[in-house]
Ligand binder design. Structure first.
Ligand SMILES: Cc1cc2nc3c(=O)[nH]c(=O)nc-3n(C[C@H](O)[C@H](O)[C@H](O)COP(=O)(O)O)c2cc1C
Length: 183
């Protein structure tokens, strides 16, 4: 797939099934994340790749978080199934380091770039994915279970897998609404 075709046609796919990326394909996805732009080479990222029993574990964490927050019964019951919407969930964490030149927002930006690169590396190799967060990403119990410090940030749950569905065509946006040129 051509790089421009990938970037201009980029779409997410929420309906994901097995197989998940594995082997060299998964290595490439990881390396794409590790190639994210990174001010002062702080490498402010940590990734937890969940599949199989790892998805059960993540679901149990979500469910406990829903219970802790007194969420309604339907939310508690659904929570455990959420990670199973794909055969693989890659949790992208900004592992914040105090630095006088690189504020937290830049470290989160770097981690966000990693998520985008990983999703695109998956698509470039024939897989699909969707970047999700939801309130679970902010929840203190979920963060604790993922061994995050208070100042760390769960930047995304990147759901990855296969899909036979054809992605929707990206609607064209009028660049003039978003861009001004200073010549
Ligand atoms: C930081 C971030 C968090 C997101 N969280 C969610 C989410 O929790 N649930 C969801 O359905 N989409 C979420 N999205 C949006 C999807 O990843 C996706 O971009 C959206 O469904 C639009 O589809 P498209 O990527 O094909 O344009 C999030 C996107 C970003 C950048």
């Amino acid at each position: 797939m051509q790089a421009l075709e990938l970037l201009l046609g980029r779409r997410s796919q929420p309906r994901l099934e097995t197989p998940p990326p594995s082997g060299k394909v998964l290595d490439n996805i990881i390396q794409a994340g590790l190639a994210a732009p990174d001010h002062k080479c702080l490498t402010p990222w940590r990734f937890v790749i969940c599949q199989g029993k790892g998805l059960d574990k993540l679901g149990e964490i979500f469910q406990q978080a829903a219970i802790n927050n007194d969420r309604e019964q339907a939310t508690v019951e659904r929570a455990i199934q959420l990670p199973h919407r794909a055969p693989m969930v890659l949790v992208a964490i900004c592992n914040y380091t105090q630095d006088e030149k690189v504020p937290r927002v830049e470290q989160i930006a770097s981690t966000s770039c990693a998520v985008q690169s990983m999703q695109m590396a998956a698509v470039a190799q024939g897989f699909q994915g969707i970047w999700r967060t939801g309130w679970y990403a902010k929840d203190s119990y979920v963060k604790e279970m993922l061994e995050c410090k208070d100042e760390d940030e769960i930047v995304g749950f990147l759901y990855l897998g296969s899909s036979k569905l054809k992605n929707m065509k990206r609607p064209t946006r009028d660049a003039a609404m978003f861009v001004e040129h200073w010549d």
